[in-house]
Design a protein around this ligand. Structure first.
Ligand code: PEP
Length: 247
């Protein structure tokens, strides 16, 4: 049985004070949830959130670099994330791929380094609208999954979470149909089975992401292959995020 994981991606939102207020309320309201709950907050808030000693809600970051330390102005190392209480790190988000030109090769280096350091990567994959229209969805997500996981060992794979996020559904209000998302996620799991064998593939959690809200979460969570959600906009308000976690 895979434990569902609902992660909030706060992107470039919230001051430290705002982050603390939301995280405190969220932690109280989801204390008894059987679901794993993660907040991926901006770097600036992680230390303060860690100091709250949250009981239920875990912390994640939204990016990192793959070196231990050095002359990499503006970057954050995995050890720094561990130091401020992070258990997870989002890698390969489509905004990083598109706006900051991150390649599968770079993302793979980050995935390997995160795992080596003891952080659990949430590896994002997903197709553009043009790729979907050209019926390339499966090819794109299978390639991103394979390249993102190159060199990840059988021992490490259960610590990886994969988020299938069709790019056209992120922040647009458009969502994939639950059954359609389940089908794409099935092809990701088949890829994992080819790489690691069916038993290990069954252990990896695969989330759906893209305009998830309280009113549509059930449609995704009732699918056999979907193990949770990566939530952007609707994770910013306690009420909405709690509504999703209590699907
Ligand atoms: C995201 O940024 O990962 C995301 C899914 O955003 P939204 O829920 O706002 O579409």
């Amino acid at each position: 049985m895979r434990t569902p994981i609902i992660a909030g991606n706060w992107k470039m939102h919230k001051t430290v004070g705002e982050a603390v207020e939301v995280a405190r309320k969220l932690d109280e309201q989801v204390a008894d949830s059987p679901v794993e709950v993660v907040i991926c907050a901006p770097f600036t808030s992680l230390s303060a959130l860690s100091a709250l000693g949250l009981k239920k809600v875990k912390l994640g970051a939204q990016n990192m670099y793959y070196a231990d330390q050095g002359a990499f102005t503006g970057e954050i190392s995995p050890a720094m994330l561990e130091d401020v209480g992070c258990e997870y790190v989002i890698l390969g988000h489509s905004e990083r791929r598109e706006i900051f030109q991150e390649s599968d090769e770079l993302i793979n280096k980050k995935v390997l380094k995160a795992l080596e350091t003891g952080l659990k990567p949430i590896l994002c994959v997903g197709e553009t609208l043009a790729q979907r229209k050209a019926e390339q969805t499966t090819d794109v997500v299978v390639a991103q999954t394979t390249q993102g996981l190159a060199g990840v060992s059988a021992k490490q794979i259960a610590h990886v979470v994969i988020a299938y996020e069709p790019i056209w559904a992120i922040g647009t209000g458009e969502t994939s149909d639950g059954k359609d998302a389940n089908q794409v996620i099935t092809s990701i799991r088949q890829t994992l089975a080819e790489l690691y064998g069916p038993e290990l593939a069954e252990q990896v959690r695969i989330q759906y992401g893209g305009s998830v809200k309280p009113s549509n979460i059930a449609e995704f969570m009732e699918q056999t292959e979907i193990d949770g959600a990566l939530v952007g906009g609707a994770s910013l308000k306690v009420e909405d995020f709690v509504g999703i976690i209590r699907y």
